[in-house]
Design a protein around this ligand. Sequence first.
Ligand code: ADP
Length: 255
Amino acid sequence: SKKIVIKIGSNTLANEDGTICRDFLQNLSKQIQFLIEEGKQIVIVSSGARIAGVSTLGKWMRKEDMHYKQALCAIGQVELMDAYRRVFAVHDLHIGQMLLTREDFSDTNRTLNIRNTLFTLVDESVIPIINENDTVSVEEIRIGDNDTLAALTANLWNADLLILCSDIDGIYDKNPKVHKDAKLIEEVTNIKQLIKTIEIGEVNDFGTGGIATKIGAAKTVNDYGIPMILANGKKEDILLKLLEGTEKATVFLAN
Ligand code: ADP
């Protein structure tokens, strides 16, 4: 696969105290530099704006207030991109920010503009970093989670592969954080069948997606003929190991 969309979840990006994990970003940029030298094209979809906003202000108030959440994202998005920019610059990589909304994927003109911008950035070996534009997206019309955003992006860009980086090795038959005996499902060819056989556990504080949206993302891209991998982004060199086939994960094969 040449064109790869990589989604970074907030649990992967942030330390337990909510600060951005520099070690993770350093390892990510090293891997991406390697992949680009190999001729791959990379687009990143990154969560973590809200968690970065919270850790910047050092407080978390009025948790359910929508405007407060949006304000936190506005603050955190800058911190997030600053962290990416600094770390990626060490590997001579430039980044470009794209903030998208649901309408951007349903309006032909907007879709065309996004696609052209993506192709231009990638042609120049700049890494696009995409996130939802939280400032303009009120609850009712939000995409709402970056698993879905990453899947829509993969389809729009005609990617060859979507990789979701989370804090677990893949889909298990039950929540591995709760059940020690949970079993990893390494290959999924039938999503309907999968949903019937697994237990979908709770989502934590900052993860807005959870396993359900990850399975939804797999369906969205598989329908377009694009395979998806759900993997543990916390593991060192995970992308390189996945592409070498030396690390376990869940692969959703496009049918
Ligand atoms: P991210 O921030 O990476 O998008 P989420 O927190 O939204 O991650 O979703 C991943 C979490 O889903 C895991 O940490 C795990 O605790 C939980 N989970 C619930 N059920 C399952 C399951 N059947 N298999 C794997 N993970 C599950």
